[in-house]
Design a protein around this ligand. Structure first.
Ligand code: S3P
Length: 432
């Protein structure tokens, strides 16, 4: 895919797809509820379709109609053994959440993934699950992994790595365990699982102290069926937001966007850089914060973001790095170690590709420094993505400023935003 320079800005109302994190959970939790759930505006991307196929293979009836689903929940304990190993493609969220959920079912499961997913760390979820007596064998700490049925017991677990995927995997296991499981985290991670479980009637309580969030869940309570309207994805919106900010003559409005305070760091960071971003129509739907977002072209300043931002926007650093490359002064983003274990080593690829685009940057102790300049000389116009959807989309936006850039293996964009190219072109992009 080639992304070329634009001159007339990005304008209009982008059709941003449903939120990826909420879409996964909108299949998993209804599938183990006790009745029929209607899901609207689900994201139909490769990652979410892998979760959907996984539940179909475990005997859940799911009727699909465009972006809507009708899921016939089977209850906490009635999933059935998949005839084949469950293949999860590129999806880390499916892998971590299903490892937790399926470790508390009474059948064997094998989980597999693509090359990237098979290199991602799974011990972060299998080790805490082992403390609940889960029986899981990984391949050198990664997928493929096999889960054997075992009697799980409750435990008190402090999560050391900030990760909503770990937390959610543990919560899904705890749903099926007798007694109270206590999970605590000292850093903020997205809380979609807690919000959804509460609305499905799970016995779950969260309390916050100054430096900790404690979640108590008493298992073996059946989940009530509920309908879910999935809001649109802020992470996918971020590519349009930054393209409008850095290209003159731009004005876009994104509608019905999830603005959950545990993951809206990108809006805070861009505002800190002087972005003209206006939120309106703020409301609550299914206990999630939703809003519309208007963005116009802006002169951005560099900024110094502490590691607390990494907890609130880990997926948005590739596109934030593009914004920083066009700011009036240098930026530093601190505490990015988790960026190295995403769909690719994103820290490495941001550095490599920014340098190829002629932008001075470096990393030191997991902090990323970007030094913008008024003029760029593209050294190599081939963007290396290692099949990572967010790296591909971020450098596509870079191409709208300094293109043409050739984005290698851009089909990975199907992971989260299949219509990205058409939408960007509809609003003024030049991608072919
Ligand atoms: C996700 C959590 C994040 C994020 C991923 C989706 C989720 O991962 O990077 O894209 O849906 O729970 P970690 O919480 O493991 O950092």
């Amino acid at each position: 895919m080639i992304s070329n320079i634009i001159t007339k800005g990005i304008n209009g109302i982008p059709n941003v797809p449903g939120d990826k994190s909420i879409s996964h959970r909108s299949i998993i939790i209804p599938s183990i509820s006790n009745g029929t759930c209607e899901i609207t505006n689900i994201l139909k991307s490769a990652d979410v379709l892998h979760t959907l196929e996984a539940f179909k293979s475990m005997g859940v009836s799911i009727i699909e109609d465009k972006k809507n689903l009708v899921i016939q929940g089977k209850g906490l304990n009635s999933l059935s053994e998949s005839k084949e190993p469950i293949y999860l493609g590129n999806s880390g969220t499916s892998a971590r959440l299903l490892t937790g959920l399926l470790s508390a079912q009474n059948f064997n499961t094998i989980l597999k993934g693509d090359k990237s997913l098979s290199n991602r760390p799974m011990k972060r979820i299998t080790e805490p699950l082992a403390r609940m007596n889960a029986k899981i064998n990984t391949t050198n700490g990664s997928l493929p992994l096999s889960i054997e049925p075992s009697n799980l017991h409750s435990a008190n677990i402090e999560i050391k790595i900030p990760s909503a995927q770990i937390k959610s995997g543990l919560l899904l296991a705890a749903l099926n365990i007798k007694g109270e499981t206590v999970i605590s985290e000292s850093k903020i991670t997205r809380d979609h699982t807690e919000i959804m479980l509460k609305s499905f009637g799970a016995n779950i309580k969260t309390t916050k102290t100054d430096n900790k969030k404690i979640i108590k869940i008493i298992g073996q309570k059946e989940l009530l069926p509920k309908n879910i309207d999935v809001p649109n994805d802020l992470s996918s919106s971020a590519f349009f937001i930054v393209s409008a900010l850095i290209n003159e003559n731009s004005n876009i409005t994104l509608k019905n966007i999830n603005n959950n305070p545990t993951r809206n760091g990108i809006l805070l960071a861009l505002k800190k850089m002087g972005a003209k971003i206006k939120l309106s129509n703020e409301r609550i739907n299914n206990n999630e914060n939703i809003c519309d977002i208007e963005v116009v072209s802006s002169d951005l300043n560099g900024c110094d973001l502490g590691p607390e931002f990494a907890d609130l926007m880990i997926d948005e650093y590739p596109i934030l790095a593009i914004a920083a490359a066009f700011a009036n002064s240098p930026s530093v983003f601190r505490g990015l170690q988790e960026l190295k274990v995403k769909e690719s080593d994103r820290l490495k690829l941001i550095l490599l590709n920014l340098k190829n685009c002629g932008i001075k940057c470096k990393s030191e102790n997991n902090d990323l420094f970007i030094y913008p300049s008024k003029k760029y000389e593209v050294k190599k116009n081939l963007i290396q993505t290692d099949f990572d959807h967010r790296i591909a989309m971020a450098f596509c936006i870079m191409g709208t400023k300094i293109g043409p850039l050739e984005i290698k293996d851009s089909e990975s964009i199907n992971t989260s935003f299949p219509n990205f190219k058409n939408e960007l072109n509809r609003l003024g992009g030049k991608i072919f």
